[in-house]
Design a binder for this molecule. Structure first.
Ligand code: NAD
Length: 265
């Protein structure tokens, strides 16, 4: 074996990463994981205070590393372009980009205003395209990059009993986009993969479970999860470091499902 020690190859020391939607929930956990593994991290969120808090947390936990907070709406093309410019000028060449922004809504399809369908696509799918396109243009100049998109187990199944056809469709789109870009950019060194979490305890899910209909959901969900519990955001951190690091360089266009076995049966 002539290769470097396997744990050393997981290190992200000296690398620059960005995470969108990192002001809370899964994105916050991704940003912390990348920083713990050695990267300098840009925390991007449309909520200014939330992104600053997470960036400050990262600097306290990893004092030798840099972190910046950027306030941006990643559904806006010009803001995406400006954000990437700012990351590169403040932290240096971008190697790792986690396109994690997404939202959820439960609504029956026959009553869904078309505007809700379009808004879901814009936030969950268009944002991933805009970010990946602009991140890759920068990564091409160095011939290396790791783009990791947040999809969902809902890309693989229709959730039950809540109705969310637009969400499920948007996430299936994220997986197809990941596959397509991974293939298209393979010869230029940019890897594009995705992570599909199952039900994960975050503010997004906790808010939904507080609603009247939400209170009836958890027993049904639990009965369909072989591990009988929701994921914690920390359960997803290993996957992001794996896909961000050199150990996964031969992977592209791939989706990692982390769902306690939900989609396995
Ligand atoms: N929580 C789950 O059970 C679960 C399961 C599967 C997939 N996911 C996916 O994981 C991702 C994160 O989910 P979460 O549960 O952490 O959500 P969350 O709502 O807790 O956090 C999302 C963050 O994104 C930010 N954001 C939203 N729209 C934005 C925009 N246009 N520009 C910039 N920032 C924006 C929000 O301010 C928030 O800080 C989403 O893509 C979601 O679909 C979540």
């Amino acid at each position: 074996m002539n290769s470097e020690n396997i744990l050393g190859r997981f290190s992200l020391r000296g690398k620059v990463a960005l995470v969108t939607g990192a002001g809370q929930g899964i994105g916050r956990a991704f940003a912390h994981a990348l920083a713990d593994a050695g990267a300098d991290v840009a925390v991007i969120d449309r909520e200014k205070e939330a992104s600053q808090i997470v960036s400050d947390e990262i600097k306290r936990r990893n004092p030798s590393q840099k972190s910046i907070a950027i306030t941006a709406d990643v559904t806006d093309e010009s803001q995406v372009k400006e954000t990437i410019k700012e990351v590169v000028s403040e932290l240096g060449d971008l190697t790792i980009a986690c396109n994690n922004v997404g939202t959820g809504q439960w609504i029956d399809s026959e009553n869904m205003p078309y505007a809700d369908f379009q808004a879901m696509m814009r936030i969950n799918l268009d944002s991933v395209f805009l970010c990946a396109q602009n991140e890759a243009k920068h990564m091409f100049t160095r011939g290396y990059g790791k783009i990791i998109n947040t999809a969902s187990m809902s890309a693989h199944v229709a959730n039950f009993p809540q109705n969310q056809s637009h969400y499920n469709t948007s996430k299936a789109g994220v997986i197809s986009l990941t596959r397509s870009l991974g293939t298209e950019w393979a010869d230029r060194g940019v890897r594009v993969n995705s992570i599909s979490p199952g039900y994960t305890r975050t503010p997004l899910v906790e808010e939904l479970l507080e609603t009247e209909i939400g209170k009836k959901m958890w027993p049904v969900w639990k009965s369909r999860i072989p591990q009988q519990k929701m994921a914690e955001v920390t359960d997803l951190q290993g996957a992001i470091v794996f896909l961000a690091s050199a150990v996964s360089d031969y992977m592209t266009g791939c989706d990692l499902v982390i769902d306690g076995g939900y989609t396995a049966w």
